[in-house]
Ligand binder design. Structure first.
Ligand SMILES: [Zn+2]
Length: 467
């Protein structure tokens, strides 16, 4: 099997992945600012990095995955005014909507999910280090700024020139040595929450938290820092500035997922609620939405349209229906075993589209094998498909999607349905059609559709609008 190669945004090159510690991978992913319910642009990042994490785990690594929650920020404070609730209640409310969305899409929970407000002590320590090293200053108004002119590696991620940069619009310029200096900390304002520091009460600027929390959980250096493309500047540049000025090695490689676009542009607020995860889950199942969001290469834009989502969901249902059919024919749930070609695709900077082409090919072979009654090929194809789907977090036998969970439970469900189907066949044989219809209708009420085929009845879990 080939070894993993990943694209690094900072060097703009695909490199062989070598972790800091043998057998271990540490990842920090910038999570949500919890000020509104998630739309699919937010969740795409979660899905893309969940695929990375699952692939690393499958490849034998022990992965530590940190994804933060930004629960204090300008937007949260503004929203708390318009939604007439305390900022902390608002943040918690939307944090829950994010957690639910991640769960509906089978995004594994992070190893730890630190909140900014829980790490004020670490942020103060980091600022003290930066001031002591001469990289940051507190002009006495309660703010603390990072002095960007002093940095040697500033803007090496976004490849910009300092002189081309606009002033950082995060605080009043009159206290800054250079208008491009950015705020680590913002002095207290009336009506806003604040925490005490040696430089006066205030609250964190956005960037500081990620440097402080990455350090707290992953140490001075770690393997991969991730986030959406839009975070490269200023957020990730500023994280690098803070952490490297503190003397930390920080992230050894950077991965950025592209956006979900509509009409070629980054998803905008003008589309309203239609792209919220909860809205889309009224039309497709979580597993189908995940399949769709994960289908493009993580560095490629994903152009959203309802028709594209529906088409993607339909192709997923074809794969799923083959797996259920194969299960009936081979008499057990397929064993997940992805092919070497699939592993090569994933090792090639997570080339999911290549992986999907391989799944399509296995599906074609598997369906032909059903016609030819070639049980061995059916089983092989089903195993390969299930193995690939498992890596992509889209295994239909994964109980996380609300079916059953463990293989045992899935088998028990199948057994129960087979039992009902046998009763139905017996009722038909004795011409008791009332009884056979009652069994079919009862299963249908549970969302289980029965289809009579020349090979016997087959069942599937139907898609319902109520999800
Ligand atoms: Zn961050």
């Amino acid at each position: 099997m080939s070894s993993l190669e990943l694209y690094d945004t900072r060097s703009r090159s695909v490199n062989s992945f070598v972790p800091l510690k043998k057998g271990e991978v540490s990842i920090y992913l910038c999570g949500a600012t919890v000020q509104a319910p998630p739309h699919i642009g937010h969740i795409r990042s979660g899905v893309n990095f969940d695929i990375l994490r699952r692939w690393l785990t499958k490849s034998g690594y022990n992965v530590t995955f940190i994804r933060n929650v930004t629960d204090i920020d300008d937007k949260i404070l503004q929203k708390s005014v318009t939604e007439k609730m305390p900022w902390w209640a608002l943040a918690q409310k939307y944090e829950r909507t994010f957690s639910q969305a991640y769960e509906s899409l089978n995004v594994l929970p992070p190893t730890y999910e630190p909140r900014a407000t829980g790490h004020i002590t670490q942020m103060i320590d980091l600022m003290a280090t930066l001031i002591q090293r001469g990289a940051a200053y507190a002009p006495g108004n309660g703010d603390v700024y990072l002095e960007v002119r002093k940095l040697t590696s500033y803007l090496t991620l976004s490849r910009q020139k300092l002189d081309d940069l606009l002033p950082a619009d995060d605080a009043e310029e009159k206290f800054k040595k250079d208008p491009r200096d950015f705020a680590l900390w913002k002095g207290a304002k009336a009506g806003e929450p604040s925490w005490p520091t040696p430089w006066g009460p205030g609250r964190p600027g956005w960037h500081l938290e990620c440097s402080a929390m990455a350090h707290a959980y992953l140490g001075e250096s770690f393997d991969i820092h991730g986030g959406g493309l839009d975070l490269i500047f200023p957020h990730h540049e500023n994280e690098i500035a803070q952490s490297e000025s503190a003397g930390y090695g920080f992230a050894r490689s950077w991965m950025h997922n592209a956006w979900v676009t509509t009409s070629g542009e980054k998803m905008s607020k003008s589309l309203g609620n239609s792209l919220q995860v909860t809205e889309l889950l009224k039309h497709v199942r979580g597993i189908e939405l995940r399949w769709y969001l994960g289908s493009a290469h993580y560095r490629s834009m994903l152009e959203f349209s309802p028709a594209a989502l529906e088409e993607s969901a339909t192709s997923f249902r074809r794969i799923e229906s083959f797996l259920h059919r194969a299960t009936e024919i081979i008499g057990h749930i397929p064993t997940p075993k992805y092919s070497k070609a699939f592993a090569d695709a994933m090792n090639n900077d997570l080339a999911v589209p290549q992986g999907l082409a391989l799944i399509a090919e296995s599906l074609r072979l598997g369906n032909s094998a059903i016609t030819a009654e070639d049980k061995k090929t059916i089983e092989n194809s089903a195993n390969e498909i299930r193995g690939a789907l498992e890596v992509l977090g889209c295994d239909p036998f994964d109980p996380s999607f609300g079916l059953s969970q463990s293989g045992d439970l899935t088998a028990a469900l199948d057994g129960t349905i087979q039992l009902a189907l046998a009763q139905r066949a017996a009722a038909r044989d004795r011409k008791d059609f009332a009884a056979s219809d009652a069994i079919r209708d009862g299963l249908s009420a549970l969302g289980i559709t029965i289809e009579d085929t020349p090979q016997g009845p087959r069942w599937s879990v139907s898609h319902t609008e109520e999800r």
